[in-house]
Design a protein around this ligand. Structure first.
Ligand code: SG5
Ligand code: ZN
Length: 221
């Protein structure tokens, strides 16, 4: 998958507040996570997810808009450990250029990771659809996974393919495998969509532990 993320120019981040009133506001995500300044909240529960283990006969649609890639998820997948049920809608990835490996949105003590995955869920107890939930303060819950690149190769088979404005079908798999082992250690804050229109509607969970992928799996420009 070969993609380029647009960050500069008249469509770039710097210009978002001009066109989208919520961008650059008090709840703007992403943020720099500073473990030393955080407060432990004993009321938080470990993240519990349901029906993430998809079977190969459940077809997933993978779409690519030229600068990101996303997979639509079935509505049986949900988070069950929040006060309301949050139903999965899609997951997508953020990454940078393959040479710099600095594509994560959240940072930890200013450290930027190679990439970041977001599993986007909406509050289905309260709202009938994602598009109705998207701008509500309790509308969305996103699980964020920081991704690091391992500098040696294992014998993993990878599929290299390029697609822009294309959709491909892929067999279902265990989405749990894309999350770190520990779901009980995470950073939690109230934030926003990281891209326009930047609605302050996201309950963010960024897992403390990152996951590691092989260098071959990072797709080279
Ligand atoms: C990316 O981030 C996603 C958006 C997502 C925003 O821009 O883009 C892609 O994955 C490209 C296809 O996802 C979509 O547009 C899904 C089709 O927007 C949403 O998820 C809206 C609810 C912002 O999401 S984020 O805050 O988790 N990064
Ligand atoms: Zn995202």
């Amino acid at each position: 998958i070969i993609c380029i993320d647009a960050v500069a120019g008249p469509e770039g981040q710097h210009y978002w507040p001009k066109h989208y009133p919520y961008c650059g506001g008090a709840f703007q995500s992403p943020i720099d996570l500073k473990p030393g300044l955080l407060r432990f909240d004993p009321t938080l529960r470990p993240i519990e997810i349901q029906n993430y283990n998809l079977s190969p006969n459940e077809q997933l649609t993978l779409g690519n808009n030229g600068h990101s890639v996303q997979i639509s998820l079935p509505s049986k997948m949900h988070i069950s450990s929040l006060p309301q049920r949050y139903t999965a809608a899609q997951l997508h990835l953020h990454w940078g250029s393959s040479s710099r490996l600095t594509g994560s949105e959240h940072t930890v003590n200013s450290k930027q990771y190679a990439a970041e995955m977001h599993v986007v869920h909406f509050n289905s107890d309260k709202y009938p659809t994602m598009s109705i939930a998207v701008d509500k303060s309790d509308g969305l819950a996103v699980l964020g996974v920081l991704i690091e690149v391992r500098h040696y190769e294992r014998g993993v088979a990878t599929n290299d393919f390029s697609l822009a404005d294309q959709k491909v079908q892929m067999p279902g798999f265990n989405i749990r495998q894309l999350l770190p082992a520990r779901l009980d250690e995470y950073y939690r804050y109230d934030g926003s969509l990281t891209t326009p229109p930047c609605y302050p509607s996201v309950l963010w969970t960024v897992f403390r532990n990152h996951v590691t992928i092989s260098r071959k799996q990072v797709l080279l420009n």
